[in-house]
Design a protein around this ligand. Structure first.
Ligand SMILES: [Zn+2]
Length: 94
């Protein structure tokens, strides 16, 4: 009985240590994911959504981009492709 109790205690100790290590790892992973996510969203910053059919470019939140074939690009790229800014969402004005 006492032997089993000791093994149980040791198992609990190892278990809680592993658990602590795992939670630290999870925190680290979370931090890394947050950094990666920010890097990704930074890459899309300053980009507009171009609707190929109407040759117009829009902000991501513009309702017009939902119903068309779209493409991500910078405002400079959109303008060099002869696209006009949308009058509804005004993507050229920050
Ligand atoms: Zn728009």
């Amino acid at each position: 009985m006492t032997g089993r109790a000791v093994i149980g205690k040791i198992r609990d100790m190892i278990g809680s240590r592993v658990y602590k290590k795992l939670s630290v790892l999870a925190l680290l992973l979370g931090a890394i994911c947050a950094v990666l996510f920010n890097a990704c969203s930074d890459r899309n910053e300053g980009k507009v959504i171009v609707i190929e059919k109407t040759k117009t470019y829009h902000r991501a939140e513009c309702p017009k981009v939902n119903m068309a074939k779209t493409q991500f690009m910078t405002i400079a790229e959109a303008e060099s492709a002869h696209c006009a800014p949308c009058r509804q969402c005004m993507p050229h004005e920050q």
